[in-house]
Design a protein. Structure first.
Ligand code: ADP
Length: 497
């Protein structure tokens, strides 16, 4: 209890308590008796303080030359690199992912920092000829203002970095609300931002619940943009409120990703991909593989081998180097996954392996669920359509490539997708016809790199893409500038006709 980290809010360059003295807890999901951190239950009053500070800081931050802003981002990258192991260990304790993956999560933040630091010397606009003589036309990116970043717990360093670093290099200021399950990771990240020497008010951190802090950010008249990653239900609410309050909004929501395995695929490769896609991060990734569309000719063999490999996966604390699959993040997720298994049973799916909360002396205080494979799943079942966010994968048999494409598209979501085939024609058809923001050929559904656009179609997103140069489109507006050096009034569409 005494070792628990005491998280504070960070507002206008100061670490401070919330107005209310209520504190919330973050516990180790591998052993819920271990208290990892306590954090303030902030309210609309604390949010207001942070937004006021961000608005004030914006006045000067927007005019700092982008290459100078980028120097802070570069420094953040260097500090993240220095603290990588410490951050990864904290993450593993706080939200359960295995250490190798936690290191990957931090590395994504580091990659992001170095990528957006470089962007400080680009942020390109365009010049184009004017239709009139002695007139110059150009476009430039301008920052938007105060950005609220509302993030989930499954990538507690990578996702905030994806949002904060492009936002900052573009000249915005931010108010960050981390998820309730990962306040200590959020705090350590902002400690690094503070150490990088960002001016007071440029970055602010407000802890608390979605209902209080999240909502207050959405309603605050001085927040210009909301960047949200989380569930589709919450995202819909965020979008609705931002529509009403005239905010820019970028939404990254759920997925129901599938991997197709055709009869001509390299089955060893496809098997490895399926295991990593389905059970990596305990299935708690928005890009996790939750459906396997298996061609009838290879289904029996593939299934036998998949079950065999799955039976070898070792459950345990993410901090233990022998662990393959860590716990679910909290009791709510454990119940949600258990409820989906009940739904699967009632719908007539067959459980080939797993299907239960994991028992055992070492697991009893954690939120462990057995890696689970469901067979005889049909595309209309709820388990084939809804996001489960746990170590559960559904097998669906397909008779042809055309049928596989039809089924892969038959969900409300469209984030990631994967096809294993040796046929180049099928590969290109898949790239063209799959309705998803991301398609992997001969790779699993997970594995995004920071310099490429990330996001999805249909109910996964609202048309934006994070990461890469596309994130700049989220965090800037275009300004069009005409410079007339003719010394006279020149009327477009009129005087040149
Ligand atoms: P999860 O908690 O499963 O990641 P959520 O979509 O519920 O998914 O939460 C994602 C983020 O959105 C979290 O930081 C959460 O606190 C926040 N949040 C939850 N509800 C709301 C809401 N009504 N308004 C704004 N933010 C919210």
């Amino acid at each position: 209890m005494t070792n628990a980290i005491k998280c504070l809010n960070y507002i206008d360059g100061n670490w401070i308590s919330a107005r209310s003295h209520d504190r919330l807890e973050s516990r180790n999901p591998a052993n819920s008796q271990e208290l990892v951190a306590t954090f303030p239950r902030s309210s609309a009053t604390d949010v207001d303080k942070a937004v006021v500070a961000a608005r004030q800081a914006y006045k000067s931050w927007r005019t700092v030359p982008a290459p100078q802003r980028a120097e802070y981002i570069q420094r953040i990258g260097e500090l993240l690199l220095q603290e990588k192991e410490k951050l990864a260990r904290l993450m593993s304790r706080e939200m359960g992912k295995v250490l190798t993956e936690a290191r990957g999560d931090v590395q994504e933040g580091i990659d992001c920092a170095f990528y957006y630091a470089g962007e400080g010397r680009r942020l390109f606009g365009q010049t184009t000829p004017s239709e009139l003589g002695n007139k110059f036309a150009m476009t430039m990116r301008v920052p938007i203002g105060v950005c609220a970043l509302i993030t989930p717990w499954n990538f507690p360093i990578a996702i905030p970095c994806w949002k904060a670093l492009p936002a900052l290099v573009c000249g915005n200021t931010i108010v960050f609300k981390p998820a309730k399950d990962t306040p200590a990771c959020g705090t350590m990240l902002i400690e690094i931002f503070a150490e990088a020497g960002l001016p007071a008010g440029v970055v602010n951190l407000v802890h608390g619940s979605g209902k209080e802090v999240g909502r207050a950010l959405l309603e605050h008249p001085d927040v210009d943009l909301v960047s949200f990653t989380g569930s589709s239900t919450t995202g819909a609410e965020v979008g609705e409120t931002c529509g009403r309050t005239h905010k820019r909004v970028c939404l990254e929501m759920g997925g129901k990703n599938a991997q197709i395995v055709m009869e001509d695929a390299d089955l060893d490769l496809a098997l490895e991909g399926a295991l990593w896609g389905a059970f990596g991060t305990t299935g708690q990734r928005c890009t996790a593989t939750s459906r396997l569309l298996l061609h009838k000719e290879i289904k029996a063999e593939f299934t036998t081998r998949l079950v065999e490999q799955t039976s070898k996966l070792r459950l345990g604390a993410g901090t233990d180097s022998n662990t393959d699959v860590g716990p679910l993040v909290n009791s709510t997720q454990l119940k949600r996954v258990s409820d989906y298994l009940e739904i699967a049973r009632n719908e007539g799916a067959k459980i080939l392996i797993g299907g239960q909360v994991a028992r055992g002396e070492e697991l009893k205080n954690g939120y462990f669920f057995q890696p689970t494979i469901l067979d005889d799943v049909t595309p209309d079942m709820r388990v084939a359509r809804e996001e489960i966010f746990g170590p559960v994968v559904s097998l669906i048999e397909v008779n042809s490539f055309a049928e596989a494409i039809e089924i892969i598209n038959d969900t409300p979501y469209g984030l990631s997708s994967s096809v294993y085939t040796r046929d180049v024609n099928r590969a290109f058809q898949a790239m063209r016809d799959i309705e998803a923001g991301i398609t992997y050929i001969n790779g699993p559904t997970i594995g995004a790199e920071v310099h490429l656009p990330f996001g999805g179609v249909k109910q996964t997103g609202n048309g934006h893409r994070e990461a890469g140069s596309t994130a700049l489109d989220v965090f800037t507006e275009w300004k069009t500038v005409y410079v007339d050096f003719s010394g006279k009034l020149q009327r477009a569409q009129i005087d040149n006709r």
